[in-house]
Design a protein around this ligand. Sequence first.
Ligand SMILES: C[S@@+](CC[C@H](N)C(=O)[O-])C[C@H]1O[C@@H](n2cnc3c(N)ncnc32)[C@H](O)[C@@H]1O
Length: 422
Amino acid sequence: MKVTNVREPTEEETEKMPKWSAELIENVQFIYELALAELELEAFGVDFTVTNSLRGFVLRNPPDVDTLVRRLAYFKTIGHRTTDYYRLTRYNRTRSVNQYLTHWIYPYKGKFHPQMIRALLNILKLEANETVLDPFIGSGTTAVEAQLLGINCIGIDVSPLCILQSKVKTESIYVIDEIERLREEAIASFKLSNRVHTLVVEEPVAKGYNEFLNSIDDDRVRDFYLMAKLVAISDRARRGRDIVQSFIKNLEQMISSVDDYERAARELNLQLGNVDIRQGDARRLPLKDESIQGVMTSPPYSIALDYVANDAHAFEAMGYDLDKMRDEFIGVRGRGETRIKLYNEDMTKSFHEMHRVLEKGRCCAIVIGNATYQQHKIKTIEFTIEQCEKLGFTLINNINKIIYGLYNVMQTDNTLIFRKDR
Ligand SMILES: C[S@@+](CC[C@H](N)C(=O)[O-])C[C@H]1O[C@@H](n2cnc3c(N)ncnc32)[C@H](O)[C@@H]1O
C-alpha cells in the first residue's frame, strides 16, 4: 500500500527535532565494523548521519534511547549515556579487549569476535525471548552474547570440548557459590594427582582430581572443574607451563570471571536469555521446522583447520578416541579431492537444515572464508551463496572483512546475511 499523506520534514523542522549524538567505541578500527555499526542503527529504525570525525553519529527521528543503550555493540555513548556493551567490556580479566566476562575461558582457535556477534544479533532483529540457533557453536560466543541480550540460544556442536566450553561460559553463574565452596578441595586434589605435596597439610586430602570430579553432584559445577583441568593441560601443551601453577592461576581467573558475570548481570539489570547447549550434528538438527527466529553461525572454513588434531590433547584427557570422532566432523574426512567433495556434501546438508528450522521471513548470518588446500584456493564463500540461494534464502548483505596480519598476510572472511523468503 502506498502511503501518500507522509512527507519529509523540512530543513527547519529537522533542525528543531531533538538530536542525539552517538560515539563509536575506541576499538572500532575497520571498515567492516563501521558497516556493521550502521546496519545496527538501521535495524533499530534509526535515521542518522555520520559526522566528519567518522567516529561520531547524529541520530534523528527520534531514537528509542533506552533500547539503543541496552543493545548496541559498536557504540560507547548515546547522548550522555554509556552503553551496556561498553560497560560489560570493563569486566575483563585478560589483556585482550574482546575476551571480557567468560569469553576467554579456554584458548579455542577460530573464535568469533563477540562484539561482531552482538551487532549481528541486532541486525538479525532478534528480540528478547526469541531464539537464535548456532549449529556450529564452537567455543560458545553466540551463546554468551545471546544470553547477555536476553535472547534464548540453542547451540549445537559435534565436539564434546565445544559443548563443555559453551556450557561452562553460560551456566557457571547459576552455581557460583558451590564452585567457590569447592575451590580449596579442587586445588588440594589437583596437587595430589600431580604429586605435589604441600608442607603444611591442614586437612588430609584423600582424593585425586578425577575422584574429586566424580564426587560432584551438580553437572554444572563438575563441568566447571573439568574445564579448569583442561585449561591447565592446554597451557602446559601450548606454553610448557608448570601444570599445578597454571591450574591454580587459571582457576582463580575463571572464578573471578564468573563472579564478574554475576555482578555485571546484577548491576546492569540484565534479564539473561536461556541457553540450551547440546552435542549433535549440524547435518541432522534435532529441531522442528520453522521453530527458530534467527541463525548465527560460522561453519568449519572448508578444510582450513583440523579441529580434531587441534584439540587432540583435550579430547584424550576427556577419554575420547580421536579416530572414531573424526567421522562426525565436517571438513576433516578423506584426502585431496575427496575431502573437498565430502565437505561440500556435508555443508549442503547443514544449509538445508538451517533453512528448514528457520521461520519464514527471518534471517541467517553465516561467517565464512575461502581456504587454501594443497595450493588450491577453495571458493567456500561462492559455494555457500550458491547453495543457500538454491534453498530459498535471499542474500541481503555480504560484508567483507579483510585484515592484514603480521608480514602482510591477508586474512579475509565474509559475513553473509540471508533472509528466508521461501
Ligand atoms: C569455525 S568453528 C566455530 C567457532 C565459533 N563460531 C566460535 O566462536 O568459537 C566450527 C565448528 O564446527 C564444529 N563442527 C564440525 N563438524 C560439525 C558437525 N557435523 N556438526 C556440528 N558441529 C560441527 C567444530 O567442532 C567447530 O567447533
